[in-house]
Ligand binder design. Sequence first.
Ligand SMILES: Cc1cc2nc3c(=O)[nH]c(=O)nc-3n(C[C@H](O)[C@H](O)[C@H](O)COP(=O)(O)O)c2cc1C
Length: 183
Amino acid sequence: MSRKILVMTGSARRGGNSDLMADAFIRGAEEAGHEVIKYEAAAHPIKGCLYCDTCYSLGGDRACTHDQEFNELAPLYESCDTIVYVTSVFWFTFPAQLKAAMDKMYALMVGKRPFGIKESMLIAVGAGKEDFKYEGLIKSYELTARDRKWKDLGHYIVKGVNDYAAVKETEHLEKIEELGRRI
Ligand SMILES: Cc1cc2nc3c(=O)[nH]c(=O)nc-3n(C[C@H](O)[C@H](O)[C@H](O)COP(=O)(O)O)c2cc1C
């Protein structure tokens, strides 16, 4: 089955660990024939949700009354069928830029828009070596998938990698590329 995959990254470090992991995943997924759109949340600073409940009230595809950046992302939530979060872990959860993009999925609910995403996966990296340092991120991801009734395709966590692009020195990029090939 050919998918339309939205790969959402969280880190602002271009060429950093999670960016390299996203590109490895994309190489594999494209090789397997999937269409992939990479959305770098940190390059499109989406503002936090104001909970004004005026989503889509301006007509057309203007999802957010206050945030043109989100209006460019919203159609991807409608047209893609799979979402893959590829991110560094910040303070036990998603980096703020990515979290803001996730919070605004709420607009599609208010606007009663068709949500295309049916499946999801989490790929993450952090400096910490202990499992508990990833529990918050994984739980937050899993609850999002459960609430949205996405089929959870699982998670792949790279632990103990901190320095810029240090993931290159590990076996993980190859494994993540293979994950993309097998999705
Ligand atoms: C603000 C901030 C918060 C962080 N919080 C965590 C954390 O909670 N747990 C962890 O293991 N690493 C944490 N890290 C380390 C990064 O996750 C780690 O360096 C990662 O490899 C960065 O990936 P990147 O190159 O894609 O940005 C944090 C780093 C920053 C800058």
